[in-house]
Design a protein around this ligand. Structure first.
Ligand SMILES: C[S@@+](CC[C@H](N)C(=O)[O-])C[C@H]1O[C@@H](n2cnc3c(N)ncnc32)[C@H](O)[C@@H]1O
Length: 506
């Protein structure tokens, strides 16, 4: 990447976040991997206190609504631009090759565009998923600290090899439990699938597995290897279909299939469909398992703030000015998707869900009496895209059984409730920031999932029953724990990823 672009990234970064610092990445690797796949940093510089001002002096216009500009102290009044700029969506922007200016959009569309725009989005770049090479021989590793050290060493070797081919200061490198614990992670999932298929589908239906977002294709191979070796009768009736948004990763999955004689044998059973799950339009009436491991976290969210006097929700909008700078606004009129999410959540949870403000009116009034106190709550990020994914499951996969794993909490997220971690990697170091409003495409934006609320919403939309458990509980049930035990008796498959949970349809 050329230096002017980098200069621009950091100009954007520090213009918006003077207090953000880069943190060493690999130094903290062993600590960090336990808390999330992408080496989140230990410390996050906090942003300067921001004041929410009401009104921002909108020009009186016939249909003027009482939107609110959320500003840092002394920021520009963008009322006129907010009124005049056209509204765009992430779908509209798919066709544009350069980042938009002089437009406004929902926060959900801004995040979706930043991550998924085919030309400049984060996923259109060379996102690399770490592979440790040979599986770790856990039984010969003395203890967990040694495992940490080995992962760190293999991480460095992996990146050194990539740099020897093409040096890349901005390589985005992830690691997932599928890769770190292969093949044992995939085998545990295969055991779960076998057991449930034999109980409910066999011999009346074939075993059909959909995997959304398959990364390097490792889970697919590990599951198919296991079924072939352990249940040859079922293997003959197995079909494995991947739905993958990234063309590069879809290619890699296809190459993995052809990489060895053993994997080539699976080729006739596998179909790789290179499209976003949100573009899915084929009805699959047959019973099937639907896997989604670490995919929800990148689904775009809307930002909601609440009026602290009335508790009325307002929806976050992003304005991009003629310099490419970002300004945040809050609209009292919710778009139909956000409004529906709030209605479904309310009905599905019987009104019991967390909110980013005190339920006591008196406490809210006392807080607001302080100088410079905001009149809106902190933002809450609501998983509107996740709700739309459940709509797709309900509409196109009526007989599915979902198995999904994701993070229930993420360290050092930006301010707010259910808020994302926003970070990029530069020269093998993480550069964390304190808002999603940063140069589109250079930053990963990943959200935690509130499994309790998500489970209720999924049940309400699909009418299916579910079970939620921690990553550890799931793997205690389905893994052969001897495989991942170190000589000291510690078991990283159980003790890492403490911040992840699993939900299954029952
Ligand atoms: C963090 S990776 C996880 C990969 C794999 N499941 C694993 O555990 O190793 C997320 C995967 O989801 C894919 N993905 C993200 N959004 C998607 C979407 N809307 N539709 C289909 N795939 C998506 C990414 O390209 C990537 O393959």
């Amino acid at each position: 990447m050329d230096s002017p672009v980098l200069a621009r990234v950091f100009r954007q970064l520090f213009r918006h976040h003077p207090s953000c610092r880069a943190h060493r990445n690999l130094a903290a690797l062993s600590f960090c991997i336990q808390h999330g796949r992408r080496q989140p940093r230990r410390h996050m510089a906090s942003s300067p206190r921001q004041t929410v001002t009401r009104g921002a002096k909108p020009k009186p216009k016939p249909n003027e609504s009482d939107w609110q500009q959320r500003t840092e102290l002394f920021s520009l009044d963008m009322a006129d631009q907010y009124h005049d700029y056209p509204m765009v969506t992430a779908d509209d922007l798919r066709r544009t090759r350069s980042r938009p200016r002089q437009v406004k959009m929902l926060m959900r569309d801004f995040i979706e565009d930043s991550l998924y725009n085919p030309h400049y989005g984060y996923f259109s770049k060379q996102v690399v998923i770490f592979s440790p090479g040979e599986p770790f021989d856990f039984n010969s590793i003395p203890n967990e600290p040694s495992f940490h050290a080995q992962v760190g060493q293999r991480y460095t070797e992996f990146e050194d090899k990539l740099d020897a081919i093409t040096h890349d200061d901005t390589r985005q490198l992830w690691h997932t439990p599928t890769e770190l614990f292969r093949p044992y992670y995939g085998e545990a999932i295969a055991r779960y699938l076998m057991s449930n298929y034999i109980m409910s589908g066999y011999p009346y239906h074939d075993l059909i597995i959909y995997e959304m977002g398959a990364g390097r294709g490792t889970l697919m191979l590990n599951i198919l290897d296991y079924i072939r070796d352990m249940e040859p009768d079922i293997y003959h009736r197995t079909q494995y279909r991947i739905i993958e948004i990234s063309p590069q990763l879809a290619d890699m999955q296809a190459n993995q299939l052809l990489s060895s004689a053993a994997s080539k044998g699976h080729a006739s059973k596998v179909e790789i469909i290179n499209k976003s799950i949100f573009d899915w339009d084929v009805r699959v009436p047959s019973p099937c398992f639907f896997l989604g491991m670490e995919v929800f976290d990148n689904f775009a969210h809307d930002a909601i703030r609440y009026d602290l006097n009335t508790e009325q929700p307002l929806q976050g909008m992003v304005l991009i000015d003629d310099n490419g700078d970002f300004h945040e606004f809050y609209e009292p009129e919710l778009d139909p998707v956000a409004a529906r999410y709030l209605r479904v959540r309310n009905a599905a949870t019987n009104g019991r869900y967390p909110v980013p403000y005190s339920s006591s009116r008196i406490i809210r009034q006392l807080k607001q009496a302080r100088p410079f106190a905001p009149n809106l709550s902190d933002p809450e990020y609501i998983p509107t895209r996740l709700m739309q994914f459940f709509d797709i499951l309900e509409r196109y996969f009526p007989a599915h059984r979902l198995l999904t794993s994701d993070f229930h909490t993420l360290p050092d997220a930006v301010r707010g409730m259910n808020s994302p971690v926003v970070q990029t990697r530069y020269q093998r170091r993480m550069v964390p920031v304190s808002t999603p409003l940063v140069h589109q495409g250079y930053f990963d934006i990943l959200f935690p999932t509130d499994f309790r609320v998500m489970e209720s919403v999924y049940r309400a939309i699909t009418g299916k029953l579910t079970r939620v458990m921690t990553h550890e509980e799931y793997f205690r049930d389905w893994a052969y724990l001897d495989d991942t035990e170190t000589r000291s008796g510690e078991n990283p498959l159980l003790s890492w990823y403490k911040n992840a949970s699993v939900m299954v349809t029952i």
